[in-house]
Design a protein around this ligand. Structure first.
Ligand SMILES: [Zn+2]
Length: 350
């Protein structure tokens, strides 16, 4: 896909969020915006409260209670992040066809051994900022906090990739303390939080499920976070609703207005590492083109503690060794340890 032409229709509308605020959404009129290789689309619209002031977008649009199997298709083989026989050190035995491959993720990125690749140019993300109808649907899948972005029609291209990827969801990995948490490590150092933005190859495959087992079927952005004394306002709309999805045994999905994907990335997203790897959860398919950003985003300890309050499935709690909240266990240290490179080369864009 060399060039894609996107049409925007001019309209003004009033939406009511939580029945309290009225917001107008302005869309730049009639623009035909070409998205060229290496360009990220400029923002086509903004949110105001009708008096020119920006609207807080963290209001809950919808709180849906769904059947668990409508959200996640559970694998018949259970797995956990614990130290027991269902934990990461046993995944290669539990899933020998997939989790024992020789190009597994995550990895430690030794930056001194990376090689510059001139083809690793900027990414193009669209629609970003999102369409007015776009929603983030947030739920606890028992292993992570997952934010579905499907309604946002977010697409990703360029960045040294030959295909168009549709972003399906993003989710997080974190620790019980800020000394651990991330899956990827840089020069041996973990980060307190890692966000994965998962896209699937829409050029070649028909569904996410089909793409997830195939070569170059998936692309994942990995964003590492560092601790800041300040809250990250871009994360706050999501963090604010985490108490509503704390228990994975109560299958609730909370919808909020989507926010720009670009705002979740580090300041210079053109500086990244690239390698071929796998999903970091069973079934660990080696279908992933990984983009690990060189720079970090930031989060406060206060915000991280919301993630650490999330609960595991009750039936997954028994073999976990984590601290308890009553009889239930917290979802913490939900990261897979780094895997051997096995001769793979990591490239860099800068
Ligand atoms: Zn992940």
């Amino acid at each position: 896909m060399e060039t894609m032409i996107l049409n925007f229709i001019f309209f003004g509308l009033i939406i009511t969020a939580s029945g309290q605020r009225r917001a107008t959404v302005s869309v730049n009129s009639g623009n035909v915006v070409p998205v060229n290789r290496g360009n990220v689309m400029p923002g086509p619209f903004h949110w105001t409260n009708g008096e020119g002031e920006p609207v807080e977008q963290e209001e809950v649009i919808e709180l849906q209670v769904e059947r668990a199997d409508a959200i996640d298709i559970p694998d018949p083989i259970h797995w956990t992040y614990g130290e027991g026989e269902l934990g990461p050190s046993h995944w290669s035995t539990l899933f020998p066809e997939q989790c024992a491959a020789n190009s597994e993720s995550p990895i430690d990125i030794n930056t001194y051994r990376t090689i510059y690749d001139a083809s690793l140019k900027k990414f193009a993300i669209f629609y970003d900022p999102p369409l007015p109808v776009a929603r983030f649907a947030i739920h606890n899948n028992g292993h992570s906090v997952e934010v579905h972005t499907d309604s946002g029609q977010f697409y990703l291209s360029n960045g040294g990739m030959r295909h168009l990827y549709k972003i399906d969801q993003f989710h997080f990995h974190w620790g019980d303390t800020s000394h651990v948490g991330s899956e990827h490590t840089i020069n041996g150092h973990p980060a307190p939080l890692e966000m994965h933005i998962v896209g699937w190859n829409k050029d070649i495959y028909r569904t996410l499920k089909e793409a997830s087992t195939k070569p170059s079927g998936l692309h994942v952005f990995a964003v590492l976070f560092q601790i800041s004394p300040f809250d990250n306002p871009e994360l706050q709309p999501i963090i604010r609703v985490l108490p509503r999805v704390i228990d994975p045994d109560i299958p609730v999905s909370v919808k909020i207005p989507a926010t720009p994907i670009q705002n979740l990335l580090p300041k210079h997203p053109d500086r990244y590492f690239r390698y071929s790897g796998s999903l970091t959860t069973p079934r660990c398919y080696t279908s992933v083109i990984w983009t690990v950003f060189e720079q970090t985003q930031y989060i406060s300890e206060r915000q991280l503690n919301y993630f650490r309050q999330m609960l595991l499935h009750d039936d997954h709690s028994r073999e976990q060794v984590w601290p308890t909240q009553g009889l239930r266990k917290h979802m913490i240290n939900n990261f897979r340890p780094v895997q051997p490179l096995n001769g793979r080369q990591v490239f860099r864009s800068f």
